[in-house]
Design a protein around this ligand. Structure first.
Ligand code: AMP
Ligand code: MG
Length: 334
């Protein structure tokens, strides 16, 4: 899995190398938040900015990590009450808002479920019994998080995992650092989270591939974007197989099991990196029909490319002019 991410990051870098003038380009690849990340920027301050981004993402990882014993989230999960930093408080608050926007499909309290399915490093992937799942479900749900001023409290058996939103928040911060350094042309890739900053140096939009969920070295289409986050969630990104059955890492909080909504990949395009990350996860859980309703109510906030289990491709109307593909696809109208 790690090698696949390295190949994807490498392909992205090639795209940038080919379009940046040699003297002003700087890129870096690093491992953080359990994934390979890469940033390439064009501009005078590119080296300073890219190095500052790597530092910033490591700093955020130390706040949000569910496994780092010193992180704020780890401390909150163990002590059940904490006065976290403004940023952690902001991200928890935003997560709760997006939970209610998506009828609970986005749910940062799925941590105990991810744990019994063995989706954290150091644990073994396994299919838990129905009894184990039933024992955990009562502590899952945003209603088990209380925020009073700057204090966050969790119910006794509730724990948080910001893994579906932290990379989005981080790419937003990275874009801000580039802006502060006067960089108007860059590509950020934090695992499945891509951020196109400005345009290519020649003024044309960036091309971001939508990966074929059945063959990660292939693409099913390309999005032409400027100043947008492009975030993909898919069952193919992290999974294990037992007795010929595949179990992926995105959990449906209703059932306590990997989501089976009929979608195998969801790509969200938005100006808001944090929202894009959260919605790609949520819509993966919600499925096509609920995604259409969500789009109808919020077509100014995001666009989506959805791939169903039977390989149909759907794109929202607001991406009509930016998506190209050799495959046929349906358009979801607002
Ligand atoms: P992403 O790759 O952004 O779709 O996020 C997937 C990760 O988010 C998983 O590896 C879990 O850590 C966590 N997660 C799993 N299910 C959910 C869910 N329904 N809502 C929010 N986070 C989740
Ligand atoms: Mg996500």
């Amino acid at each position: 899995m790690k090698s696949l991410r390295i190949i994807c990051a490498f392909l992205l870098l090639i795209a940038v190398f080919c379009s940046c003038s040699l003297d002003s380009k700087y890129s870096s690849e690093f491992f953080a938040m359990d994934t390979v990340m890469s940033v390439t920027a064009c501009g005078k301050q590119s080296e300073t900015a890219v190095n500052a981004i790597a530092d910033e993402i490591n700093r955020l990882d130390r706040l949000f990590s569910v496994q780092n014993k010193n992180s704020e989230i780890f401390r909150l999960n163990s002590e059940k009450q904490l006065n976290p930093s403004d940023e952690t408080l902001e991200l928890i608050t935003r997560s709760i808002e997006i939970s209610s926007m998506t009828d609970g499909a986005f749910d940062i309290t799925t941590e105990p479920l991810s744990r019994i399915w063995g989706f954290y490093s150091g644990l073994e992937n396994r299919v838990p019994s129905e009894k184990e799942i039933k024992a955990v479900l009562p502590s899952v749900g945003a209603e088990h998080i209380k925020i009073d001023g700057s204090t966050v409290s969790l119910d006794k058996s509730t724990s948080l995992d910001l893994g579906a939103i932290a990379k989005g928040y981080s790419s937003g911060r990275a874009a801000k650092i580039l802006e502060e350094n006067g960089i108007s042309s860059a590509l950020i890739s934090l695992g499945g989270n891509v951020r196109a900053v400005g345009t290519k140096p020649d003024g044309s939009p960036w091309s971001v591939a939508v990966t074929d969920p059945d063959n990660s070295s292939e693409q099913i289409g390309v999005l032409s974007v400027k100043d947008r986050a492009v975030v993909t969630s898919g069952g193919y990104q992290r999974y294990f197989e037992t007795n010929g059955k595949r179990y992926h890492h995105i959990i449906d909080a209703e059932t306590g099991c990997p989501a089976q909504s009929g979608l195998k990949s969801v790509t969200i395009v938005s100006q808001d990196d944090t929202l894009a990350d959260a919605l790609s996860t949520a819509i993966f859980v919600m499925g096509l029909q609920k995604a259409e309703t969500l789009y109808n109510d919020n077509n100014d906030l995001f666009g989506a490319v959805l791939i169903t289990d039977s390989n149909e491709i759907y794109i929202t109307e607001n991406l009509k002019d930016s998506f190209s593909s050799y495959h046929s696809y349906e358009v979801i109208k607002a």
